[in-house]
Design a protein around this ligand. Structure first.
Ligand code: MN
Length: 193
């Protein structure tokens, strides 16, 4: 958790300096308050997932490039373990394991996400052109897509437009685990920094 705080502080400061954005400008672009941005940069606050997504979207970068900006595997074989990389951002009943963080040459990030019982989150649209894939690995969950909550079971696979309103919830007593592949459109912006 401390490691994550430190990394987010570094990533935010680096992005701001690369863009030449003040805290005021960053607050406008991301929709995250200046006070919160300052707290993240001073490692005083562990932002929620919703806040992290706002920052990612505001800077036009992927989520995992905020948490693991230096991940570059290229053509190398990569071994990762969910158990080793899983984190629980503050106030979220969702556990996040970034199995394959974003790399510009591939244009996607791949997560294992765990929804604890009772978890529900409606997500702001991602950037235009983002496509998400959900594959349920264990438990049961529901996905809000095109305005309807769709029940999903183990093995269910869905691809949907991540740039529209969507959500995830678990109404059951057991955790639900799914794989989430997020593909970013090819554009001029750098998402890796
Ligand atoms: Mn999403």
């Amino acid at each position: 958790m401390e490691q994550l705080k430190k990394q987010l502080a570094l990533s935010l400061k680096k992005l701001r300096s690369e863009r030449g954005w003040s805290l005021d400008r960053t607050a406008i672009e991301t929709g995250v308050s200046k006070a919160m941005l300052g707290q993240i940069e001073r490692e005083e606050s562990s932002p929620t997932l919703a806040t992290l997504w706002k920052i990612a979207r505001g800077f036009h970068v992927s989520m995992s490039s905020l948490t693991e900006p230096d991940f570059v595997s290229g053509q190398q074989t990569v071994y990762r373990s969910s158990d080793e990389v899983r984190t629980q951002p503050t106030q979220d009943n969702m556990l996040v394991a970034s199995l394959f963080p974003f790399e510009p040459q591939f244009g996607f990030e791949f997560f294992e996400l765990t929804l604890l019982p009772g978890y529900q989150r409606e997500s702001d649209p991602h950037e235009p052109g983002v496509v998400e894939h959900v594959v349920v690995v264990s438990g049961e969950m529901e996905l809000l897509v095109e305005g309807k909550w769709q029940p999903l079971k183990v093995g269910s696979a869905v691809r949907f437009a991540g740039d529209s309103h969507h959500g995830y919830r678990n109404l059951h007593d057991e955790p639900a685990v799914f794989h989430n592949l997020i593909c970013y459109p090819k554009t001029g912006h750098s998402r890796s920094s």
